[in-house]
Write a protein that binds this ligand. Structure first.
Ligand code: NAD
Ligand code: MG
Length: 389
């Protein structure tokens, strides 16, 4: 029986994780869960999975949550960062599923590593902002880090049994999102609803917008750089609109190993939870004969400026990816709130990056400092954008 703590249980990844747990009650047990605002769903999850500890954003939500729970079901309820850390380090948890969205996941994920917990990592922003510190801590504590992101799970599955020095290239696939066939000139007019209309994947709002702008693929290139310890020039992106090949690894002998499957996050989540075993997931079996063809082509970095910015941030290194990530989080939030237009996202990120002189980040506190700086600079610009429109 593997005991899990799930950070972000009410999100898209969190809910899929609990579906896997529910399908395998003989294998997995939930000891702690955390959520942001959705306490109605959280209350139902508590009733179904009976965790010992629950954490929410603040004391007001904690109070409301208590009222929603039946008398016989009263786990310990904590709040704020303290609650997240308590869940991430719970004495009974063997594995932490890091499924909070954004840089907010960094502190609890690091706490889990320091407490010696194995990690199923969905929260890519953790590696984008502080990849070197996270990987150093993972090595120092000797914990296991299993990727949940579908592309990284595919790479993880494609490198098993191979030597790192034999890798020629990692090829991450990208669906291209809802605007793959939208002419660049039309991107200025797209709406929030258009951007949320992803063709292949059902996900949280932030990552869905990141997929539309292709910032998601940029974040994933940086994520891959840290997870698999490969230099940036060995990571390529191929657009593959069918999302059937989830990523590939090319070796020095010219052989390429890929992982395929119906696009459903339950598959990579289950593999992270049950590695090295495989468990049933309910994912629809892949029928390649149903496709008239699988296609691949290079991304247009001028149309998808965010992907280009991510390559630039990775090349600049040090604090630049954290600055880019924070600027993106603020820009995406403003786009979702209808305060800026789609193309403003890349424009404000670029401007915030241009204001930043990259420097080394030796501690998580320094990462958080640069994250705060970038958020502030981006908000200042957004005020200027709003004044103009
Ligand atoms: P989501 O928005 O659906 O869920 C996020 C979860 O985190 C929710 O439980 C929310 O309540 C919680 N949360 C949000 N802000 C918080 C904060 N400040 N403090 C504490 N909790 C907070 O997001 P998602 O789509 O499930 O994505 C989660 C992470 O997994 C992201 O980093 C995303 O990039 C990554 N990921 C998601 C998918 C996917 O298919 N959804 C695929 C690959 C990677
Ligand atoms: Mg992905």
């Amino acid at each position: 029986m593997k005991k899990l703590s799930i950070l972000g249980s009410t999100g898209s990844i969190g809910v899929s994780t609990l579906e896997i747990v529910a399908a395998h009650p003989d294998r997995f047990e939930v000891v702690a869960i955390t959520a942001g605002n959705n306490i109605e769903l959280l209350a139902r999850q508590i009733a179904a999975f009976r965790p010992r500890l629950v954490a929410v954003l603040n004391s007001e939500l904690a109070g409301r949550l208590k009222m929603l729970l039946p008398g016989g079901c009263q786990p310990e309820i904590m709040c704020g960062v303290e609650g997240l850390i308590a869940a991430a380090t719970h004495a009974d948890a063997e594995m932490v599923v890091a499924a909070i969205v954004g840089a907010a996941g960094l502190v609890p994920t690091m706490a889990a590593i320091h407490a010696g917990k194995d990690l199923a990592l969905a929260n890519k922003e953790t590696l984008v902002t502080a990849g070197h510190l996270v990987m150093e801590a993972v090595a120092a504590k000797g914990i296991k880090l299993y990727p949940v992101d579908s592309e990284h799970s595919a790479v993880f599955q494609s490198i098993e049994g191979h030597r790192g020095e034999d890798i020629e290239k990692i090829i991450l696939t990208a669906s291209g999102g809802p605007f793959l066939n939208t002419p660049a000139a039309k991107l200025a007019e797209v709406t929030v609803a258009d951007a949320l209309n992803h063709p292949n994947w059902s996900m949280g709002k932030k990552i869905t917008i990141d997929s539309a702008s292709m910032m998601n693929k940029g974040l994933e290139v940086i994520e891959a750089r840290w997870l698999f310890d490969v230099p940036p020039e060995k990571i390529d992106v191929n657009i593959h609109p069918q999302s059937i090949i989830h990523s590939m690894v090319e070796y020095v002998d010219g052989c390429v190993i890929a992982q395929l499957g119906t696009p459903d996050m339950k598959a990579p989540i289950a593999y992270a939870l049950s590695y090295p075993e495989r468990v049933s997931t309910g994912v629809k079996p892949l029928d390649l004969t149903a496709f008239s063809g699988l296609t691949f082509f290079r991304p247009d970095l001028e149309k998808f400026r965010c992907l280009k910015l991510a390559y630039q941030a990775m090349a600049a290194g040090e604090s630049m990816p954290a600055v880019m990530n924070a600027a993106n989080e603020i820009a995406v939030e403003s786009f979702l709130d209808g305060r800026i237009r789609f193309l403003d996202i890349s424009a404000v990120i670029e401007r915030t990056m241009s204001l930043h002189q990259p420097h080394s980040l030796g501690t998580i506190e320094e990462v958080l400092g640069v994250d705060r700086w970038a958020r502030e600079k981006t908000r200042e610009q957004l005020q200027a954008v709003n004044r103009k429109s």
